[in-house]
Design a protein around this ligand. Structure first.
Ligand code: ZN
Ligand code: ZN
Length: 47
């Protein structure tokens, strides 16, 4: 899976994950591995 470009949340880091819920490409900091979605999708329901 190659995700190119910058994280669409912070626009300050290379995107390494693709969220299947919203389609955003996000960096490690904005990826919730436990949920398998970006932080924008899980915000408000974090652990
Ligand atoms: Zn980010
Ligand atoms: Zn998302």
């Amino acid at each position: 899976m190659s995700v190119t470009g910058l994280c669409q949340v912070c626009e300050n880091a290379t995107a390494t994950y693709g969220c299947q819920r919203c389609g955003r490409a996000v960096c490690e900091d904005h990826w919730n591995d436990g949920v398998g979605a970006c932080t924008a999708c899980v915000q408000g329901r974090q652990q």
